[in-house]
Design a protein around this ligand. Structure first.
Ligand SMILES: C[S@@+](CC[C@H](N)C(=O)[O-])C[C@H]1O[C@@H](n2cnc3c(N)ncnc32)[C@H](O)[C@@H]1O
Length: 263
């Protein structure tokens, strides 16, 4: 078991090509991008709109090379720390943050979020706001007791993690442990905003195959409640008929949940 658990993340370091993964986020071109992003962005918008979650520090766990998950939160959190397991993902993220040549064009996604917020024209301003808010991009391993070690951060008011748990955890036991590990980064009464897929056993990144842990609702809710989280919101959506034939992944449903740390 220990060997299996320590081997899986190396597959990410070696095989996970950020530019291939970013193909999933071409909102105007890819039906799966549309399905996943429309669901997640709608709920991020509802969660971080005025009157919603706000605070000083938000940490994103397993950011990958993506920023869509931070576009609403950057309006209500002062400081954002992004993190990922792989060097290439962190470099790809830095490329966009520093406006380097070849950075992914997130503008269709940013425009869509601005539209949800009621002002499509302020997309360039939102990009700048996010670039200012993200102060660090750290190495992260949720399979470790202290996922951001050696970095030391104050406890966060909010954690986001999107599509990471099922990708990183080889077993349900590892997933329980990972939730306990990331909880250490959150202050008591802070919020965990978790999203991902149910029932998925794999996904493709370019021509590379990645196993995923088929999460189920009952397991996830119980695992969170066992470590004193209260579930405040759970949204689910079945996979749309238009993407059922897309064989890049076999997820059956998407979920978006908000839970509050009780202790
Ligand atoms: C499917 S991607 C999700 C990326 C991004 N959060 C998103 O919403 O698109 C899964 C991510 O989990 C990261 N990952 C894999 N193993 C990890 C681990 N042990 N700890 C933290 N992140 C890990 C990968 O590097 C990858 O960026």
């Amino acid at each position: 078991m220990a060997l299996q658990e320590s081997k899986k993340p190396d597959v990410y370091q070696t095989n996970f090509e950020p530019t291939s993964y970013l193909e999933y986020f071409k909102l105007d071109q890819d039906p799966m991008a549309k399905e996943v992003l429309h669901f997640l962005l709608k709920h991020y918008n509802a969660t971080f709109k005025p009157g919603g979650l706000k605070g000083k520090l938000l940490i994103d766990i397993g950011s990958g090379p993506t920023i869509y998950q931070l576009l609403s939160a950057c309006e209500t959190f002062e400081v954002i720390v992004a993190s990922d397991y792989t060097d290439k993902n962190r470099q790809e993220l830095e490329k966009w943050l520093k406006k380097e040549p070849g950075a992914f064009d997130w503008s269709p996604v940013v425009k869509y979020v601005c539209e949800l917020e009621g002002n499509r024209d302020r997309w360039a301003e939102k990009e700048e706001r996010l670039r200012k808010a993200v102060r660090q991009v750290l190495k992260c391993d949720i399979l470790k007791e202290r996922p951001l070690e050696p970095a030391v951060l104050p406890p966060a008011n909010c954690l986001i993690s999107s599509l990471c748990l099922e990708a990183a955890c080889p077993t349900l036991g590892a997933c329980r442990d990972a939730l306990r590990h990331i909880k250490t980064l959150l202050r008591p009464r802070g919020h965990l905003v978790l999203s991902g897929t149910f029932g998925s056993s794999f996904y493709m990144v370019g021509d590379k195959w990645f196993p995923t842990l088929p999460l189920e609702e009952k397991f996830l809710l119980e695992a969170l409640q066992e470590i004193s989280f209260t579930i405040e919101k759970l949204e689910k959506a079945p996979r749309a008929a238009e993407t059922l034939l897309d064989n890049r992944s076999d997820y059956t449903r998407m979920f978006f949940l908000v839970a509050r740390r009780g202790d």
